[in-house]
Design a protein around this ligand. Structure first.
Ligand code: SF4
Ligand code: SF4
Length: 133
């Protein structure tokens, strides 16, 4: 009788790959030229895998809802959130974020959330795409 371990072994041997080839099916010689070709529409990126429910990706912020209470700053273990006194709003540095979600949990008006976005690589850790405000 097949034990669960043998069943799992056969699944691993004959099943498809668990990884997703991304962004292309091959390693391009020049990633810069590859991305330029993507921009021109000559090459299509392989879409990334779908994220599961509860995935913690890039933080999202509903600025209008924020009441400026600073609770998120108090609990952030990474010092990733800055208060903007003039506006009584916050600014989040994604490059410092550890995706712990503690700020989401404590926010009294639920204006913070973890989005499914995970493609965050950038040359500049202070680029617009890595600062949420
Ligand atoms: S998810 Fe965690 S590390 Fe990221 S900003 Fe919120 S509290 Fe800070
Ligand atoms: S906890 Fe929520 S409401 Fe309070 S400052 Fe942070 S984001 Fe704004």
């Amino acid at each position: 009788m097949a034990t669960p371990m043998i069943v799992e072994l056969f699944k691993q041997l004959f099943g498809g790959p668990e990884t997703n080839l991304f962004p292309a099916k091959y390693a391009p010689d020049s990633i810069i030229e590859f991305l330029e070709a993507v921009k021109r529409g000559d090459i299509k990126l392989i879409p990334p895998v779908e994220t599961p429910p509860g995935f913690r990706g890039k933080i999202a912020y509903d600025r209008e809802k924020c009441i400026g209470c600073r609770q998120c700053i108090r609990v952030c273990p990474a010092g990733a959130i800055e208060f903007i006194p003039d506006e009584k709003k916050v600014k989040i540095y994604v490059s410092r974020c550890t995706f712990c979600s503690q700020c989401n949990d404590i926010c009294p008006v639920k204006c913070l959330s973890m989005s499914p976005e995970f493609l965050l690589a950038d040359y500049d850790k202070y680029s617009d795409s890595l600062i949420v405000k």
